[in-house]
Design a protein around this ligand. Sequence first.
Ligand code: SF4
Length: 314
Amino acid sequence: MDKFTYEKPYYTLTQYYNEKYGCKIGKIALNANFTCPNKDGKKGYGGCTYCSKPGSGDLAGDKNKPLKEQFDDIKNIMESKWPSIKYMPYLQANSNTYDKLENLKNIYNEVLNIYPDKTVGISIATRADCIDEEIADYLGELNKVTNVQIELGLQSSNENTGVLINRCSTNLEFVNAVNLLRKYNIEIIVHIINGLPYENENDMINTINFINKLDVQGIKFHSLLILKETKIALQYEKEKFHILTLDEYVDITTKQIMNLRPDIVIHRLAADGVYDDLIAPLWTRKKLVVMNEIDKKLRSLNAYQGINYKGESK
Ligand code: SF4
């Protein structure tokens, strides 16, 4: 299989960006101070049980700083290491399509015009229920002049888990949002979480099988993080549900990669290490170790992305 004659036994983001842009692309995580319909009462209150105060954007910029300043903070570090790097700014915290269209347009244009010559596109994290025809149509127009990536949180395809984590959004809404965005040729990256309460290996493999059937282009794997001052931290304290060990995470994620459609780009294999607010699992602080263990496991099995996938590529 051509794709996996490259360095890694899976379709990496580095490889994809090299094919597409021919250079290193740095992702600049920004916080534009949006909120979320799962927090303000439109869909639910309090948010998903694992959601942290910054709206699952713990490593995004400081919302109190102007976007340019947030951009510069990361750009300066990256440019000292890779002088010819280009950028994909990433609106990460909360739901970044949840506002009036005029406001969205202003923010996206502001971000794209901070360093227009060095910016290859914009990545926007949101919820499936924050995509409607009007927004998709606008994103489609924007996608004609730059590259628009939409990052959609699914977390799990098990609807019971969805209720348990207070996702307040259904699989059907997810499928509808994917179909709508693809009508406008917009690249979609799905986020999933491994190790959600009471999920077993089958649930996590089923989530991959669910994604394989959809016209999505990328995936981010995360491990569940129990962070201080979240609802899931209280649930964990009370119920002490099973938390994945490093070996279990590596084993399950390896199996998921082997089942994953080969054309889906893997943007992330493990959550970024959080230090101050992390309660469990502590091994998640060593992201590189997690990634290396997954590589090692795939190689020891002589396996690669999609080896067990039975369907067709998109
Ligand atoms: S959808 Fe995202 S931002 Fe909103 S509550 Fe859930 S994790 Fe937090």
